[in-house]
Every structure is written in structure tokens, then in C-alpha cells.
Design a protein around this ligand. Structure first.
Ligand SMILES: [Zn+2]
Length: 329
């Protein structure tokens, strides 16, 4: 195991430290990647693993988890909270989705390899040393620099319906403004898939995007963490519950991709209702005048749940996620 924790993972009280990964390179022959970690433990109880910056350009998780690491007191909890605000530290430090060291997308690199690249080693450590300790795992995402989302918590449709129910209940406890029963485009290599394969309760989020976080999106993260820890039996108190809109992503007609390159002109905004075959965006030429735009159409009825940012698209880019409203609670 090339990664070592500089703090005990099983000691009572609060410990702030690092996961230390030796990484020899031109500017530091015996250097290390230092991934910040906080472990807060008190008594005997469940363990929650809370992670941010799986993708390095998504900020609600890092902000809310940094706050949690300095505000949560050991005597307030029963059990253990393991906090990794920047699990993909190299990407986070660079402000990029993927690691600048090996180019890897962390959320396509699980379960990782002990003898692999930097990203693979981080994934392997988390999958084999941290996830097995956890009863419940919350992994924060948002859209990063090229997507923007309605703020939602999500759980996956799973073969094990008991586990699925546990994940859905935890998602409802998180109580984001939107709650999604999620279908992934490609689940291979995801942290989600690794955690679920170990039988754990897993919740993920998409809380915004466009390369930043807002007061509102961080507030959703902050409330969601507290609710999740109460739901898990780690923190005492009452859930703060606000109305949430339930969304389904039944199949791949939820996704619209660009068949052209150019200047994108959205005709609807996040949260707006759309119907099948409705034009949801136009793509104008970016290099000449006098040409009509190409239309992008919704493939099903629903609401616009995610969109592309910033203003230019390439052929093959994601344009829209249209999710289906199932109920409002
Ligand atoms: Zn992400």
C-alpha cells in the first residue's frame, strides 16, 4: 500500500491530517501528493464517508466539507465521520475535471490499482481502506466547468432492492430541491458503482455547476450533510425537510447531444418544462453570418435538468438532460 494516512482512522476525537501518496517528479524527487482528511469519532456507531472534488472543478462538496471539518464536534456525534473534501487533490488544485498528472477521470477509475497511476492509487486506497469502514457514503458532484444542473441528490436503481431502498431513503433525507432516481450513461469505473458493489448505502449529488458554487448550492450541501448524518444515526436532531420534486431518468432518451458545432442558444432554462420534439436549443454558426441555426430537440417530455456551459459547443457535446417529474413531496 503506497498511500498512508498521517492520522489514525479508528481513534476517538477529531484528527486532521493527510493521505500521503509518494509521487516522485521533476520538481520534487521525493515528493508526495497530500490529500487532506479529517476523521471525527465518538463512541460506537455507524461510519459516514463524505467526499468532495472527485472531479476537481466541482465546489459545493469541498466548501461544505471544509466547513464541516472545523464545525462538527466529536461530542456531537455517535460513530464516525470521515471527511475527504478534495479526494482528487491533483485535479482540485488545478481546477480541472481530470487529473493533470495522469489525465484520468477519477470517477471512471475505480476500483483503481495499487500499482497504477496516481489516480488509480488514490481510487484503490479509497476503495479498499475507506469504503469498507463506511456504512453510508455521500459523494458530492456538480456540473464542473462544462455542465450546469438543477440542484439534486440522486440514488441509483440497483438489482438489490433492499439496498436500493436504503439508498433512496438516504437521498430523501438529504432533501435537495430535486431528488433523482438515476440511470447512468456509463456506470463502469464510477465511485458510485464501487461503493454500491460493497453493499453500502450511497448518495450522490449534482448541485449546480458552471465551474463555481453559489450561496444557494452550498446551503443545499450544508443542509444535506446534516440531514444525512441525522438519518444515519450519527448526529442527533430533527431533519430539516423542505419540498422536493422527484425526478426519474428512465432511459437514454433523457439525454440530448449536439450533432453540430457552434454557438449554443438555449430556448429554455433549467427547470422549465419541455415536451418531446420541442426545440430546446439552437446552434448558430460560430464562424460565419447568413446561415440558419440548427435545432436541438427534446426526445421526451420532462423538465430541463442539466445543460451545457459555456457558450460554444462541439459536435458530440452534451446539450440537455430532460428528466421526468414523477411526484412532488
Ligand atoms: Zn462530478
Amino acid at each position: 500500500m503506497s498511500i498512508t494516512a498521517t492520522i489514525p482512522l479508528d481513534a476517538q476525537g477529531t484528527h486532521h491530517g493527510f493521505l500521503k501518496l509518494p509521487y516522485s517528479r521533476d520538481d520534487s524527487a521525493w515528493g508526495s501528493v497530500m490529500i487532506p482528511i479529517t476523521v471525527i469519532a465518538n463512541g460506537v456507531g455507524p461510519t459516514a464517508l463524505l467526499t468532495g472534488a472527485n472531479h476537481g472543478d466541482e465546489y459545493e462538496g469541498p466548501v461544505a466539507l471544509q466547513e464541516l471539518a472545523v464545525s462538527l464536534q466529536a461530542e456531537q456525534i455517535t460513530g464516525r465521520v470521515i471527511i475527504l473534501p478534495m479526494m482528487n487533490l491533483p485535479a482540485f488544485a488545478k481546477g480541472t475535471r481530470c487529473s493533470p498528472i495522469d489525465g484520468a477521470n477519477m470517477n471512471r477509475s475505480f476500483p483503481g490499482r495499487a500499482d497504477g497511476s496516481v489516480t488509480q492509487k488514490i481510487c484503490h486506497y479509497i476503495a479498499t481502506e475507506l469504503v469498507p469502514l463506511a456504512d453510508i457514503v455521500l459523494d458530492f458532484h456538480s456540473g464542473g466547468r462544462t455542465l450546469d444542473f438543477l440542484p439534486f441528490a440522486a440514488a441509483h436503481i440497483l438489482d438489490d432492492k433492499t439496498q436500493e431502498a436504503s439508498c433512496m431513503a438516504a437521498m430523501q433525507a438529504f432533501n435537495a430541491p430535486y431528488s433523482v432516481r438515476m440511470l447512468e450513461i456509463d456506470a463502469v469505473g464510477m465511485f458510485d458503482t464501487e461503493v454500491e458493489s460493497q453493499g453500502k448505502t450511497f448518495v450522490t449529488t449534482e448541485l449546480g455547476g458552471a465551474g463555481t458554487a453559489t450561496a444557494r448550492s452550498v446551503g443545499i450541501a450544508r443542509k444535506g450533510i446534516r440531514n444525512l448524518l441525522i438519518h444515519a444515526g450519527i448526529l442527533a436532531g430533527d431533519l430539516q425537510t423542505d419540498p422536493t420534486i422527484q425526478l426519474d431518468m428512465p432511459d437514454d432518451t433523457c439525454f440530448v447531444f449536439s450533432h453540430d458545432a457552434g454557438l449554443i442558444d438555449y430556448l429554455v432554462d433549467l427547470g422549465d418544462p419541455v415536451s418531446a420534439n420541442q426545440p430546446i436549443a439552437r446552434i448558430w454558426p460560430a464562424d460565419q453570418t447568413g446561415q440558419q441555426p440548427v435545432l436541438c430537440h427534446a426526445l421526451r417530455d420532462g423538465i430541463l435538468t442539466a445543460r451545457h456551459v459555456p457558450g460554444l459547443v462541439k459536435i458530440g457535446d452534451f446539450v440537455a438532460l430532460v428528466a421526468v417529474v414523477s411526484e412532488t413531496q
